[in-house]
Design a protein around this ligand. Structure first.
Ligand code: AMP
Length: 197
């Protein structure tokens, strides 16, 4: 059964990145969310690419929900214009609530935080803890080396091919959201946890 998307969780950088490419791609992704009437769930910051995505959805009249731990509310400067800002105690609670509030997950370019969030959703999907699609927006080849690494991990026997195949990859927003909307995770499930240990 294809995913029925209403809210998409975006993981991305709390920094703007070098040059204009990253913000342009973040705006294009946000516009595609608006076009499809999808709500945005994200980390709640007004900084970096996180702020760019949120501002663009808000300016277009879309719904934006932020989730931020208390410790980061000052540090990352919480966005003041959101439909809802959930303040939680820990980063782990933040990820759990973002996951609960969303129907799919997308990583835009980002650093350690983004990689942690992406890895967490992929690991949980692999264990069958959720059945929501996960995608990576490979803006300007940003994630090429991560994709090469994941294929290397499959070759080494540490990631199972069906698990790798479930990760949706695209360089443009419309293609990626199409793939997430049509992802058939139930059919891809091997009927058991992929981890036998
Ligand atoms: P970054 O990609 O490093 O710019 O971080 C993107 C978002 O992830 C920011 O909101 C960070 O606060 C958050 N973040 C950083 N480290 C972690 C972590 N260990 N777990 C979850 N989120 C994190």
């Amino acid at each position: 059964m294809a995913a029925n998307l209403r809210a998409v969780c975006v993981f991305c950088a709390s920094a703007p990145g070098v040059g204009e490419t990253w913000a342009q791609a973040a705006r294009a992704f946000a516009r595609e969310l608006l076009h499809r009437k999808l709500a945005l769930v994200y980390g709640g910051s007004q900084q970096g690419l996180m702020g760019v995505v949120a501002d663009t959805v808000l300016q277009g009249g879309g719904r934006v929900v932020g989730v931020m731990p208390t410790s980061l509310v000052q540090h990352e400067v919480a966005h003041q214009g959101l439909a809802k800002l959930h303040v939680v105690d820990t980063l782990a609670e933040r990820k759990a609530l973002m996951a609960d509030l969303s129907d799919a997950f997308v990583a835009l370019p980002g650093g350690y935080g983004t990689l942690d969030e992406l890895g967490d959703m992929l690991a949980a999907q692999q264990l069958g803890l959720h059945h929501k699609p996960v995608g990576v927006l490979n803006t300007n080849g940003y994630y090429d080396s991560l994709i090469t690494f994941l294929d290397h991990a499959v070759g080494c026997g540490f990631i199972r091919p069906p698990s790798r195949a479930r990760l949706q990859l695209a360089a443009d927003s419309a293609t990626l959201l199409d793939a997430l909307e049509h992802a058939n995770l139930n059919a891809a499930e091997p009927g058991r946890s992929e981890r036998s240990h």
